[in-house]
Design a protein around this ligand. Sequence first.
Ligand SMILES: *Cc1c(COP(=O)(O)O)cnc(C)c1O
Length: 247
Amino acid sequence: MGAIAAAVQACRERIEAACAAAGRGSDCARLLAVSKTFPAAAVREAHDAGLTAFGESYLREALDKLDALADLPLEWHFIGPLQSNKTRPIAERFAWVHGLERAKIAHRLSEQRPATLPPLNVCVQVNVSGEASKHGVAPDQALDLARLVAGLPGLRLRGFMAIPEADADAARPHFARLRLLLEQARVAGLAVDTLSMGMSADLEVAIQEGSTLVRVGTAIFGARDYSGRLEPAPSPPAPLPLVGEGS
Ligand SMILES: *Cc1c(COP(=O)(O)O)cnc(C)c1O
C-alpha cells in the first residue's frame, strides 16, 4: 500500500472511532481531502484509495488540477477565501463552496452558476472565535446570510463552516457555537445538513461537537510546502551547445 492509501485508511479509522465514541453511528462525518499545494498525481492516488471529494484553496492551482484530473468523477470543493472578481470559474466548475461570507459574492455565484448544473452547495463561513484577522461573518449575522443563500436559485444552502484556532481544546467551544447555529437555522425553517468543521489536528473534537464533514489535508498528504508558491523554482541550466552542429 502506498503512503497516501495508508494515510487515507488511518484517517477513515480515526473518523469511524470518533463517530462511534460520540454515539453518532460509524459514518457520521464525510471526509473531504484537502489537496492544496499537492500535485494532481497525489489526488489520483487518494482517488484510487477510495476518496472522491477534494478541497482546494487557491484558484489558479485548483483549475490546473481540475483540468489534469478531468477523467475522474471527482467532487471539487472550494474552501479558500472568495474574491468577487474570481467567482465565475468557481460557479462553473466546483460542486461546493465553504467560505461564503458576503452577500455580494452569493449573488454573483448564483448568477454565474450554469443552469445545466445542479445548484452550487454552500456553507456560510462563521468567525466563531471572534478574532479580527479571521474570515467569516459574525455569529449574529450568520442566519441572515444563510437565509439569503437559501433564497438564491443558483445556490443550495447546506450549512456552516468554521476554522477555529489550531489548539483542539481551545477550539471545542467554537465548534459547539457553530453547532448551535445549525440548530437555530433549523428552528428558523432552513433546510441545513452540514457542519464543515475539523481538520487533521482536531477532527475528533469536531466530530464530538457535531461535525458532519471534516476537511483533512496534512493527515492524508503530509506537510505542505508553500515555498513553490512564493518564488518560482530556479530554471534548469541551459544545455551546452553542441560543438560543430550545423557547421
Ligand atoms: C488547508 C485547510 C485545511 C486542511 O488543514 P490540515 O490541518 O492540513 O488538515 C482545512 N480547511 C481549510 C479551510 C484549509 O484551508
